[in-house]
Design a protein around this ligand. Sequence first.
Ligand code: GLY
Length: 415
Amino acid sequence: MSESQQAEVVVVGGGIIGLAVAWRAQSSGMQVTVLDRDATGRATSHVAAGMLAPVAEVEYGEAGRRVLALGLRSAETWPSFAAELEAAAEQPVGLRRTGTLLLARDEDDARELERQLAFRSSLGLRVERLRPSAARQREPALAPTLRLALEAPDDHSVDPRLVLDALRAACVSAGVVLREHAPVARIEVDGDAGVNAVTLAGGERLAASRVVLAAGPWSSQIDGLPSAARVPVRPVKGQILRLRDPAGPGLLGTVVRYDGGYIVPRGDGRYVLGATVEEQGFAAPPTVGGVYELLRDAGELVPGISELEIEELSVGFRPGTPDNAPVIGAGGVPGLVWATGHHRNGVLLAPLTAEMIVQVLGESPRTDGAVAQLEHVAAQDTFAALLSACSPARFAGGADRPHGESPSTPVGALR
Ligand code: GLY
């Protein structure tokens, strides 16, 4: 077994979460190494559409409220995060402030949308009811059969592939060590002393006193952690299409969301049409049924999509926890920090997750005790309250779940 040099912080996983954490941690003075089993940013984040849509995506239930609180806070952060990242990387990230329209194609959808409006209003969220004629004035490509629309004016989008490029560049220029094709086989734990190294699949041992686990749905597959410290993370399959209008931009300007999917315009004639939500494990092949349903549902609301060219069909795996809320924070063994389980909201929650992890790493160089203390002053500090809401402890040994939620209860309807 070979031993390479010591890293202060090792981040396992070079997706949008891992890279954002690495960039922010390195910029705050830590020496960070990112390990990715493939090229960085080629898994879930590469496939993501980039909706920054906490209001459109809000789910019923207590965990849904937790995700909403995180999402609203992170959405607020996105404009300054994007500006800083663009400056650091000297390249754009494709943040588009278009708002989002939620659409009803028939009477049943319209009744559901009215319910959704009441739910969002009860939470104090900014959503406006639009008559079909007003919605079609905004977006003439919407079908004349449209029954109702809601506008979420603060829900926007970003291009995750541009964000990944920019994060890679910003990480490199800040001094992060990016190690690609470096799969982690084991996290080495030395009893009560906690994490002391990671071992790569090739046998190389990288000494590290702190390890951030940001490997998305693969986070629970890495060996070495005691079972009580493990967080169950499952893959939630999404099939997604990338489309291009040969006639250029203009078909749609706003993100649209409806029962069955969403369309995210990039502003240059390209559109992302997503996405299925499937509990199929890591079943990678796209399916005829999945693609058919995506195109059928989108075509009923935006008939003009039939003219678009298909540039890409891809499959991604969202990381889902038993309550579909993320796990962010120290957990299980000293030195181990979790940053995964973002489910449908990885891109949205990246800036906030990075901020939270940097705080955890900064305030708690090694001990879980300090984090526990941090979490217990939660009442005085919204930020700490958010951290507490994401604690990996809620899954420790299958116990300590917040507010009696069943571990097998998904938060959201699978649309
Ligand atoms: N946030 C959209 C999706 O996960 O499909």
